[in-house]
Design a protein around this ligand. Structure first.
Ligand code: GLU
Length: 576
């Protein structure tokens, strides 16, 4: 597809395109330099076909929510490892006319039959993640379609039925398997143990279907036709719900019970967003059950007393300070955040400026504090105890949209692990989101905040974010995948945009680093990896690895919409 990939006035965004060496040639061939940024609308998503589907809906006069739905329908097909209609999502929405911000929660829920010790061995240990994440036991009731339907009811402009056209055509005619999808299929050896996934993703002799080969998904086309004509309800009642229930019950591994009543009873929730200032800006984030927004705001709040604008981007000092703030925030995150319909999350206490100022006193410019302990924010008299932490960072997807009316969407969407549970129903994969619960539900005789319970939503790290300027005008929409590192990726981009005044692409391009109250992780083959020794001298334990974010964002600049897509994945920002 030949599209102007990005609308950039600067050359920095082009320096790593397709591995091109920086130079004039790369500038000419590697990216499109246009004198003007798009002013009408824009979408940035993780796959060019999904971005194009969203952009075409925007061109047809669709709203940001309409474009997000069309893009999600295509992502389910072309980036099936990351997200889909068998999973869940969080969507932040800004309506320009009255400056209203809504937070839509489409997180999966645990079925009624679930037992709190579902992920515990008979002798009280964690069951291995790889064992429990495949098959039926970790499948949560998918929430995304009811959430999108709710958002569409309030903020849609085009008919729902039209939003699936592109995805239906691509499912029927086929799409080329992307290099990333191919690599993920190759890496996910256990796909071959699940018949529907095996025949879809593998060749008859058991190899990953090659990159560039055309993949057709008539089953998904049929599902989409039903959804287009019957609405999201078609998914929650009738044949599709019956098949989901059967797939979970008959799974070759970890068969489990998800009744049709569990599915029919799913409820998407419109929550009040959490909005707080950061310097002259105002950030609106997704509230729990995700820990993402709250933890991002804590990190920024802890850094408020430091003049980050004067700290050079990606310097030793920058990595040190952000890591120290992250330690403190992740310690609180782990202890206090769970599904707010089940536990009291002390949101106001955790974001109290006095609390954060006091806690930030632990940050020294010259020495790491090591492992941080959780604080005692207001409202924690009945504090739940810390639970466990898990890796997981190769799936999930984020998309950002601004429509012609200036309304915006920031949506992070996931089936959890790459290819989720591996159970495929009617052309889509079911999630394994329930492994985002704490595996060990009780510690020291007390139930942890993120313990498994029927009807409960597992804690997430997804951090879809909206940023407003001092006048209350939309400044940016951004978010990322990356498991529990999502928070660090989004924080990096926000500091890049707000303190270092970078454009969206440059903020996304900043090298990743993460500290989840343990080692300081540095992105390999980037300038921050060279800081390893200096950080060790400050007392950090350092790990170097691939920190694969998938940041997709749009900044509203005086010249127009300045979009960015993460080169670590395959996305693109498209606008007019
Ligand atoms: N399931 C994770 C969450 O909701 C996201 C996983 C990922 O980003 O790979 O936080």
């Amino acid at each position: 597809m030949v599209e102007p990939l990005r609308f950039k006035g600067k050359n920095l965004p082009c320096f790593r395109r397709a591995g091109a060496v920086i130079g004039l040639g790369a500038l000419i061939t590697g990216c499109t330099i246009t004198p003007q940024l798009p002013r009408q609308h824009m979408i940035s998503a993780a796959n060019p076909l999904a971005s194009a589907a969203g952009r075409d809906i925007l061109r047809a006069g669709g709203s940001a929510v309409d474009a997000a739905i069309a893009a999600q329908a295509v992502l389910t097909l072309v980036e099936p490892q990351s997200s889909g209609i068998g999973g869940g999502a969080f969507l932040m929405h800004f309506r320009k006319s009255d400056r209203r911000v809504d937070a839509f929660d489409g997180r999966e829920t645990a079925p009624a039959s679930i037992r709190p010790d579902v992920f515990v061995t008979p002798d009280g240990k964690r069951r291995p993640f790889r064992d429990v994440s495949t098959g039926g036991a970790a499948v949560g009731v998918p929430g995304i379609l009811r959430m999108l339907a709710l958002a569409h009811k309030e903020h849609g402009k085009l008919p729902w039925s039209r939003l699936f056209d592109r995805a239906i055509a691509l499912s029927e005619n086929g799409f080329p398997i992307s290099p990333r999808l191919h690599a993920m299929i190759r890496r996910s050896k256990d796909l071959r143990d699940f018949p529907a996934a095996r025949s879809y993703f593998l060749t008859p002799d058991g190899r990953a279907k090659p990159a560039g080969s055309l993949l057709r998904n008539p089953a998904l086309a049929d599902t989409y036709k039903r959804l287009a004509s019957g609405g999201a309800e078609v998914f929650y009642r009738g044949d599709i719900a019956r098949d989901i229930s059967a797939a979970v019950a008959n799974a070759a591994r970890n068969p489990a019970t998800m009744t049709r009543a569990d599915i029919a009873g799913y409820r998407a929730i419109k929550r009040a967003p959490i909005c707080r200032p950061y310097r002259t800006w105002r950030l609106c984030v997704m509230p729990p059950p995700t820990s993402g927004g709250l933890t991002t705001l804590q990190i920024l709040g802890l850094l408020e007393g430091f003049e980050m604008a004067r700290v050079p981007p990606s310097s030793v000092q920058a990595v040190h300070l952000i890591s120290e703030a992250s330690r403190l925030a992740y310690a609180d995150r782990r202890r206090y955040i769970g599904d707010p319909d089940f536990v009291t999350v002390p949101v106001d206490g955790m974001l109290d400026p006095d609390y954060l100022r006091h806690r930030a006193e632990r940050i020294s410019g010259s020495e790491s504090m090591g492992k941080a302990s959780p604080g005692r924010p207001r409202g924690t008299e009945n504090a739940n105890l810390a639970d466990d932490e898990r890796e997981g960072f190769t799936s999930t997807s984020h998309l950002s949209v601004i429509d012609r009316d200036g309304n915006a969407v920031s949506m992070t969407t996931t089936i959890e692990r790459a290819f989720g549970s591996r159970l495929m129903v009617r052309g889509f994969l079911l999630n394994n989101q329930l492994t985002d619960f704490a595996f060990i539900p009780r510690r020291d005789g007390r139930t942890v905040a993120n313990a498994v319970a029927p009807g409960k939503r597992p804690r997430s790290s997804m951090s879809p974010t909206l940023v407003f300027d001092a006048d209350g005008k939309l400044f940016a929409t951004v978010g990322s995948p990356g498991g529990s590192r999502i928070i660090t990726y989004v924080t990096k981009a926000l500091i890049g945009l707000l303190d270092w005044k970078l454009d969206m692409q440059a903020a996304i391009d900043l090298p990743n680093h993460a500290n989840r109250n343990g080692a300081t992780e540095l992105e390999k083959n980037t300038p921050v990896a060279a800081h390893a020794d200096a950080l060790k001298r400050l007392g950090h334990t350092v790990k170097i690895g691939s920190l694969v974010s998938g940041l997709h964002g749009i900044r509203v600049s005086p010249g127009g919409y300045d979009g960015g897509a993460d080169r670590r994945r395959e996305g693109v920002a498209l606008g007019d």
